[in-house]
Design a protein around this ligand. Structure first.
Ligand code: NI
Length: 256
C-alpha cells in the first residue's frame, strides 16, 4: 500500500483519461492520495474528486505562482472549502523564486495570509519552496506557522535545513527527483530524515521518477520513488510503504 501525499490529478494533462489514471493508482497499490487544489479552478475540481472517490483527499490554497490573483473573496472561498472533512491542509502555499510568476512581494504577503488562515482553522500547511529556502522558513517562524504541523513538499533543500524543519515538527516529502542520477545532495537529505517523518509524493503530472522520467507522471508511479528510497535506506519495500503510509496519515491527521 502506497500513499501519494501530493498529486495534481485535476490538471488538464489528465482530461483525456482521468478515470483510468485513478483506477491505475488503485491497481498499483496506491490506496490513498491527496490532490492539491492550488487555484480557484483547481480547488473546485479537487472538491469534486474528494466527493467522488473515497480514497482521494485534498488540500486547498493558492500556489505562489498565482499569488497575484489572491483577493479577499478568494481567501474566504478557500476557508469555505477547507471546512470539508476530506480537506486536510492549506496548500500548496509558499514561495517560488525560480519562476517568479508573481512578484516576490506579493508572494510573501499571500504566503503570510494563508499561514494565518491555517492557524485560524488549526490546520496543517503544505509548503512549496523553490529557491527561497531561507525566506520560506523564516516567514513560517515569524508567523508561528509551525504550530499545527505540516509538510515540506517536493523537498529540494539540504540535509542541514531538513534538520531545522524536523526540529519544528514538520514532515518532509520527496518526489521523483530523488531518483534522478544527479540527485546525490537530495539523497543525502533523504538519508537524514528519520523514518517516522519521511513522506513520498508524485507531484504529478510533473517530475516522473526513474524509469518513467520524461513521461507524464501519475499517482501509480509513487511506488517507484518509494522503492528507490526503501533501497537507499536499506529496508524492504513493504516496510517502507507501511511506514510512509502511516506517516502520511499522521501528517495529514487522517484517522487510519
Ligand atoms: Ni504541487
Amino acid at each position: 500500500m502506497w500513499f501519494d501525499t501530493h498529486a495534481h490529478v485535476d490538471s488538464k494533462d489528465f482530461d483525456e483519461d482521468r478515470a483510468e489514471v485513478i483506477e491505475r493508482a488503485k491497481q498499483a497499490g496506491v490506496t490513498r492520495f491527496v490532490n492539491v487544489g492550488c487555484s480557484r479552478g483547481s480547488a473546485k475540481r479537487t472538491m469534486e474528486l474528494v466527493e467522488r472517490y473515497d480514497f482521494i483527499y485534498g488540500t486547498v490554497g493558492l500556489h505562489p505562482h498565482d499569488a497575484k490573483s489572491m483577493t479577499d473573496e478568494l481567501l474566504e472561498e478557500i476557508k469555505g472549502w477547507a471546512a470539508h472533512p476530506k480537506i486536510l491542509a492549506i496548500g500548496e502555499i509558499g514561495l517560488d523564486f525560480h519562476y517568479d510568476y508573481s512578484p516576490r512581494e506579493v508572494q510573501r504577503e499571500v504566503y503570510r495570509r494563508q499561514i494565518r488562515l491555517a492557524l485560524d482553522l488549526a490546520m496543517p500547511v503544505a509548503i512549496h519552496d523553490r529557491e527561497a529556502h531561507r525566506e520560506c522558513f523564516d516567514i513560517l517562524t515569524e508567523e508561528g506557522g509551525w504550530a499545527n504541523g505540516g509538510i515540506y513538499h517536493c523537498y529540494s533543500g539540504s540535509a542541514e535545513m531538513a534538520a531545522d524543519i524536523l526540529k519544528n515538527g514538520f514532515y518532509i516529502s520527496f518526489s521523483g527527483t530523488v531518483t534522478f542520477k544527479n540527485a546525490d545532495k537530495l539523497r543525502r537529505a533523504a538519508m537524514a530524515v528519520p523514518l517516522d517523518r519521511l513522506l513520498i509524493e508524485t507531484d504529478c503530472p510533473y517530475l516522473s521518477p526513474q524509469p518513467y522520467r520524461g513521461k507524464r507522471n501519475e499517482p501509480a508511479h509513487v511506488a517507484a520513488t518509494g522503492r528507490a528510497l526503501a533501497e537507499l535506506r536499506g529496508i524492504s519495500h513493504e516496510e517502507f510503504a507501511k511506514l510512509t503510509w502511516e506517516n502520511a496519515c499522521r501528517a495529514y491527521r487522517i484517522q487510519q
